[in-house]
Design a protein around this ligand. Structure first.
Ligand code: HEC
Ligand code: HEC
Length: 398
């Protein structure tokens, strides 16, 4: 980690010494000219000076020692223009086949970048097969490489999507663009469409330079934007930053929230993680059904041991992102907690962490006040700053 930091640091210095001219260019790139800004402002509500999309990882997660790498500090202005371009692409309905749907239709900021519908409607009214997944659910941004588990027990790193089948942000973005139930475009159509819109001429030039409107840059920009969405200012984070140990009571928590935290750490954290920085497991079966209509990972791999196995989701902003589970079957966190308390099913693949000593599905049999405490704890994971941060908001309109 330390080494990383040093390398990073000397790279900046070296970069500037060797390429003085490119460092100067960096500062020139910051502002839009008056005519550019006037053109952009016809359709977009963008700040005159780009927002900073660097993720500041707080010290309770190791601060910049962990990773400050969503944005390359030696080319900050460019990187922020790339993220700005990504923001516009993310919210642009013109980029779906008939101009009705954007990424932001199904990944809504106030819903923790999930969607408050069990299934979401795409451009022509067809619905998605599964519930929209929340974005920005990691403390350090980087949905990509922090999309899941560390290597506990040798289990693999998590991919994207409920069935764990997609392995990079770019691939996920392309899948959404091309999915007939989502945006219904081809990448070629997408580049043509972008080429025909005046504001993209400016935004791409600022981000990548002249003549650089292409598939690769388009995907890179959306990736940069999505990876800048991070959640690390919740009440939970405030508590953790005060004593650095999520197994101790937090001073800023009520007694009820601390009880909920204890129950969570005992019953849930072995999969979803204690600190909400990594999930412990990438995927698992959590015993929703004995027979699944949708077998998740199993439908992709065909393996018996993957049937009913789904991505272990991050729980940051969980109170905002309902309904819950891959099919959106639970309306509320109360329903989720009732399920874990009494209704876990004895599926063959039920993870051992949710089995009792007799090997059967665990019965937590939580009392009402414990269920309420668990929900109160889950609500401390809401990050009000992230969901009202202008730099992640829809730049179209007003
Ligand atoms: C019509 C609704 C819809 C649109 C439009 C849409 N998504 Fe999604 N998104 C979903 C659904 C549903 C899932 C879960 C899919 C699954 O697991 O099968 C998902 C999953 C994701 C994930 C995976 C998250 C994770 O933790 O695994 C990412 C990243 C994502 N979408 C980004 C985007 C981007 C970027 C765009 C725009 C280019 C976009 N989505 C457009 C509905 C949508
Ligand atoms: C064995 C690992 C495991 C344990 C232990 C576990 N979960 Fe889960 N959890 C999962 C998986 C896997 C899913 C997704 C299942 C699906 O949709 O099919 C999930 C889904 C959820 C969701 C829905 C997330 C969303 O975005 O829709 C919530 C909320 C949740 N769990 C809370 C809890 C709580 C609270 C506990 C403890 C009482 C707990 N989990 C224990 C594996 C686990």
């Amino acid at each position: 980690m330390q080494l990383n930091k040093i390398i990073n640091f000397s790279a900046i210095a070296l970069g500037c010494m060797l390429m003085l001219s490119s460092c100067q260019k960096e500062s020139e790139v910051l502002h839009y000219s008056a005519s550019e800004y006037a053109e952009l402002s016809k359709n977009l509500n963008l700040p005159g000076e780009v927002y900073n999309y660097t993720v500041n990882v707080p010290s309770h997660f190791g601060g910049d020692l962990i990773f400050n790498g969503n944005i390359d500090p030696t080319r900050l202005n460019r990187e922020n223009h790339i993220a700005t371009l990504g923001r516009v692409l993310f919210y642009d309905e013109l980029l779906s086949r008939n101009g009705t749907v954007s990424c932001g239709s199904c990944h809504v900021q106030t819903a923790g970048f999930a969607h408050n519908e069990a299934l979401s409607e795409g451009f022509d009214g067809e619905t998605t097969v599964r519930n929209s997944l929340a974005l920005g659910t990691t403390a350090m941004g980087l949905t990509t490489s922090y999309g899941g588990a560390s290597s506990f027990g040798g289990e693999a790193l998590a991919g994207f999507s409920w069935d764990d089948s997609i392995h990079s942000m770019e691939e996920q973005t392309q899948a959404a663009i091309e999915n007939p139930a989502e945006m219904g475009m081809t990448m070629e159509d997408m580049v043509d469409r972008v080429n025909s819109i005046a504001y993209y001429d400016i935004l791409f030039r600022k981000a990548f330079g002249e003549g650089e409107i292409n598939e690769e840059n388009l995907l890179a920009a959306i990736t940069k934007f999505v990876n800048s969405i991070s959640s690390n200012e919740s009440k939970f984070d405030e508590g953790l930053s005060q004593n650095f140990n999520a197994n101790q009571p937090f001073a800023n928590f009520t007694a009820q929230e601390n009880l909920g935290k204890e129950l969570y750490n005992t019953n849930c954290s072995s999969c979803h993680g204690v600190q909400h920085d990594f999930t412990v497991l990438a995927v698992a079966n959590n015993g929703l059904d004995l027979n699944y209509a949708d077998n998740g990972k199993g439908d992709k791999t065909g393996k018996a041991s993957d049937m009913g196995v789904f991505k272990v989701p991050f729980l940051r902003n969980i109170a905002l992102s309902g309904p819950y589970m891959h099919d959106g079957r639970f309306e509320s966190l109360e329903d989720v907690v009732d399920f874990y308390s009494e209704n876990i099913q004895n599926h063959d693949n039920l993870n051992f962490r949710l089995r009792g000593d007799n090997g059967q599905a665990m019965k937590m049999n939580l009392q009402d006040h414990e269920k309420e405490a668990l929900v109160a704890y889950l609500e401390t994971l809401t990050d009000e700053e992230m969901i009202k941060d202008d730099k992640f908001s829809d730049p179209f309109g007003e």
